[in-house]
Design a protein around this ligand. Structure first.
Ligand code: SAH
Length: 285
């Protein structure tokens, strides 16, 4: 935890090392898109931005659109060619709004995220985004191992550059968090009490039914689905032994008070369920 007690990006998404994943923007013309892309990256826990020959950078428009992600802009590496940007990367994934003439290994955004996650520990990864007007050229696309396309409506297939960065970064973050959640021990493993056993549950249902009959809530000649519904309710909750003990205690006390309703007499203080049941049985016999 950091000093503000807020989790850091690494704590939020520990399954990914952001220093291994670069977002590369090629020849961007609008500085606002660079700022918006930086913001989208930081929203999703990423921070390595590489700008290939940007038309206008640094720029006030980029800073303004970056909001909380100005540090991503400040740390951005500016290079003049894509080759330079991806020189140290072992996995290069290019993005495209449309299929190109020469078919290339394609990934869906989810599969792209999975590949990034599985490979980033051993390979530096680059996700490459193209120009606003013409995307990536064929030569740039052929530098990439895979192409990824965000499925979009044919009536408007091309995403805004920063929206494309957001979708692919989101998929990476989502996948990283799911992987982490799958590793986590389920809540049940930390439960402080054992769950009530089947036998204890059966004793409880017998007891509950007896009390519901005694208080005339339940008519055994016309049971409808009451007991099934009670079983389904408690089955959903899977109560623990302590909770079971409390419920059985309540039922025993109800029985005691039914028995002694005219005497206004309390059961022996601190008596266990068994002791109350035993005392009631003795009185009944
Ligand atoms: N007319 C261009 C559109 C460029 S949009 C073209 O047809 O390629 C600018 C950049 O945003 C693209 O180069 C790509 O990096 C990204 N982008 C836009 N739409 C996308 C989509 N549907 N899938 C993946 N990336 C997309």
């Amino acid at each position: 935890m950091n000093t503000e007690n807020k989790p850091t990006a690494r704590e939020w998404m520990p399954a990914i090392d952001p220093s291994q994943v670069a977002i590369v923007l090629v020849n961007t013309s609008h500085p606002g898109n660079i700022g918006a892309a930086a913001r989208a990256m930081k929203n999703m826990g990423l921070n390595q931005l590489i700008l290939v020959d940007p038309e206008d950078f640094p720029s006030g428009a980029a800073t303004a659109r970056a909001a909380w992600a100005v540090d991503v802009l400040e740390n951005a590496r500016v290079v003049s060619t894509l080759e330079e940007a991806v020189a140290d990367c072992g996995l290069i994934i290019g993005t495209s709004a449309r299929s190109r003439k020469l078919p290339w290994p394609m990934l869906e955004p989810e599969a792209c995220a999975e590949r990034v996650l599985h490979e980033h520990a051993t390979n530096k990864v680059a996700l490459v985004f193209g120009r606003e007007d013409s995307g990536l050229n064929n030569e740039e696309l052929q530098l990439c191992h895979y192409h990824v396309q965000v499925p979009t409506s044919p009536e408007c297939p091309s995403l805004n550059l920063s929206a494309a960065v957001m979708v692919l970064s989101y998929e990476i973050a989502k996948r990283a968090r799911l992987d982490e959640a799958a590793k986590a021990v389920p809540e049940d493993h930390f439960w402080d009490q054992e769950r009530a056993s089947a036998e204890e549950n059966e004793r409880f249902f017998t007891h509950l039914e007896r009390v519901m009959i005694a208080i005339r809530f339940h008519d055994p000649d016309n049971p409808r689905q009451l007991m099934q519904r009670m079983r389904r309710l408690f089955g959903r909750i899977r109560i623990d032994v302590m909770e079971m003990n409390i419920l059985r205690g309540i039922l025993s006390n109800i029985e005691w008070h039914i028995k002694h309703r005219d005497e206004r007499k309390d059961p022996p203080r601190g008596a266990t369920i068994e002791q109350i049941e035993e005392a009631l049985e003795k009185e009944n016999s």
